[in-house]
Ligand binder design. Structure first.
Ligand SMILES: CC(C)(COP(=O)(O)OP(=O)(O)OC[C@H]1O[C@@H](n2cnc3c(N)ncnc32)[C@H](O)[C@@H]1OP(=O)(O)O)[C@@H](O)C(=O)NCCC(=O)NCCS
Length: 189
């Protein structure tokens, strides 16, 4: 497994560990309208400096192999010198190698520029090459077009369409599962 320091620089972004100075930026990009269903499902607790610190502080040092539940990394936009979202993953060892789920969120103001694609590509490269993942999957609802289109841009394959397996305020919703294998990622690069 990789060591615990994670800092990946791409053309426009730095994907890295949380630092305490990020709290204000995280609070800002996490703000959303009540009608913004997808962001609301991602951040369904009260947003305060304290709750942000409580969620993020363990992520600053958690090793990838300890990410049984979730390890989020902040996405810093170099041009603005501030954090605009996050990408994250979990890891479970099955047989010889780990595999796991990935996810993402961007502040609404930064959608539509390819930043999530750039950050998720960096994360996939890290998980497959540095950590040695065998397979990565992601899940979303069919009405979250931006999220499943991102999965498709990353070269992930739609492997499942579960019918009414999630429950939210609005009732039962369907779910897509997308995945990509290490050898498929390598072939794309
Ligand atoms: C899911 C989410 C991260 C996707 O964000 P996004 O901005 O659509 O994705 P990207 O940053 O990769 O940008 C892609 C868009 O930028 C455009 N784009 C511009 N420059 C680009 C570039 N260099 N590379 C790729 N796309 C680029 C693409 O054409 C695409 O535009 P479109 O929306 O008109 O198709 C975002 O909508 C979000 O945070 N949603 C709320 C949280 C959420 O639902 N998380 C997932 C839970 S499962």
């Amino acid at each position: 497994m990789a060591n615990s320091s994670i800092r990946i620089e791409t053309e426009r972004l730095i994907v890295r560990r949380f630092e305490d100075r990020d709290v204000a930026d995280i609070l800002e990009y996490s703000q959303h309208e009540a009608s913004d269903e997808h962001r609301r499902r991602n951040v369904d607790w009260e947003l305060t400096e304290e709750s942000v610190r409580q969620w993020w502080t363990p992520m600053a040092t958690m090793r990838p192999e300890e990410a049984i539940h979730w390890l989020s990394l902040v996405v810093e936009l170099k041009a603005e010198g501030r954090v605009i979202g996050n990408v994250g993953f979990n890891a479970k060892r099955i047989g010889e190698k780990p595999q796991g789920q990935i996810g993402w969120i961007l502040g609404r103001d930064h959608e539509g520029n390819g930043y999530a694609t750039e950050a998720a590509e960096a994360l996939l490269e890290y998980l497959f090459r540095a950590v040695g993942f065998h397979r990565v999957y992601a899940m979303t609802s069919p009405d979250n077009r931006r999220s499943w289109q991102l999965m498709e841009r990353l070269g992930m394959r739609r492997e499942a369409h579960f019918v009414k397996n999630c429950h939210h305020d609005a009732g039962w919703t369907d779910e897509y599962v997308y995945a990509i294998l290490a050898e498929e990622w390598t072939a794309r690069r």
